[in-house]
Structures are given as C-alpha cells and as structure tokens.
Design a protein around this ligand. Sequence first.
Ligand code: SAM
Length: 243
Amino acid sequence: THFGFREVPTQEKQRLVGQVFSSVASRYDLMNDLMSLGVHRLWKRYFVATSGVRSGDQVLDLAGGTADIASLLLPRVGARGRILVGDINAQMLRVGRDRMIDRGLVQGLEYMQLNAEALPFADASFDLVTMAFGLRNVTDKQRALGEIRRVLRPGGRALVLEFSEVKADWFKPLYEFHSFQVLPRLGRLFAGDSDSYQYLAESIRRHPPQEELQAMMERAGLTRCSYRNLSAGIVAIHSGYAV
Ligand code: SAM
C-alpha cells in the first residue's frame, strides 16, 4: 500500500477503466436512441449520404468522438481516402476507436485529440470537414468555423449537423415538453444524471438558429452557404464551401 491506498494491479486497473468507459459509451448510445426515438441514426445516415464525399477524399470529422460519422464515411472514401477523427475528449476518442477496431475498421482512420477552435493542421489540408452534434458545445463557434474554412482546400466542403430551431408551430409545444420535462427525467432514469440532460436542452435552445448559423458560416469566409432542415428543424444540415 502507498499512503494508505490499496494498490490496484495494473491489469485489474485496465479492466476497471475499460468497464467504466464501455458503460459510458453504451449509455451514451442508449440515451441518444431514447431521446430521439432512434431517429439520430437516420439523421447521421442522411448527413453522410448527402455529403458528396468521394473516393480518395481527405476528411476531418470534428467532435467525432463516438466515430458514428466516421464509420458511415469510411466505405465512401475508399482505399485512397483518409478520415481523421478529431475530438477534444480523449475518453470519447478511445471509446470510438475501440468500437471501430472491434468492427475491424482500422485502415484509413486516424484519431487525434484536438480543439476545434485551434486546429493543428496546415491551411488547405482537407476535402471535407464534418461536425455532427459538436459545434453546439464549442465555446467560440465563430472561431471554430474560421478554422474549418482555413483547413479546407479550395472547393472543399464544410458540413455541420446540429440541433436547430423547430419551424412547425404545431410541433413546438410538444418539443418544449420533450426537452424540458421528458429529457431530464430520461437522464435521471437511465443515466442517473438529470443535470446533464437539462444542460443539453438548454444548449440546444441557446444554439444559433438556421439563418444565424448560416450568417456565421458566411462570416467565416465560406461561400454558397445553405442549410436543410430535417424533422421540421429539430436538426439542420449546414453546408458551405471554401474558395
Ligand atoms: N459526432 C458524434 C456524434 O454525432 O455522435 C459525437 C457528438 S457528442 C454529442 C459531442 C462531442 O463534441 C464530444 O465528443 C465532445 O468531446 C466534443 N467536443 C466538445 N467541444 C469540442 C471542441 N472544442 N473541439 C473538439 N471536440 C469537441
């Protein structure tokens, strides 16, 4: 013993740490499924299917922790393509990487701990930068968008999938009820943590709505900026190109 603590053998410690993270990861998936009734899977599929990603593309998937987007992109970039998964959280990255390794997906993938507000890449390094459900969590969103534009090659595309503003009036009360009554309760029941899910609802409400985010992308120097609402605007896909 050291300082009165029982020393945990390295192997047992590795096993314990593994257990903790895999339980976090599986709960993360379960929560996404419960909160969106599984629809987040469809949003992500649609996001990648309409991304215009091509064989041989060099892709940066920001906030890609869970590797959900990377796993959908991978078959589309082919053997000459490359996907770099970047996330600020090392634990999320580890979980995503392990999940990909378990599925035998290794070739063409790289993982890097990074902050979207200060990307460690040269200008014009990527053909496509994706960011799914990540921009909302970034402190200086304008700066992150500027960084995305900077690392894109001329003609390269920026794609952001994020919660947005619900546009259907009839759906608004239902959505508010879901966000502020159902979500925190789901959080407490299934993740033992209602505060995080309260935060989630609030971060969604604070996130810039469609027109505002489009203006921010234009300000970041992206051109031909546009967006498409999915599920009445619960989420939106924003697109822009570098020149
Ligand atoms: N893209 C994945 C998906 O769609 O399932 C994960 C989304 S998860 C809700 C948000 C992720 O953003 C987390 O993994 C978090 O670590 C990451 N993140 C938050 N702030 C970040 C930043 N400044 N730079 C890079 N990643 C960030």
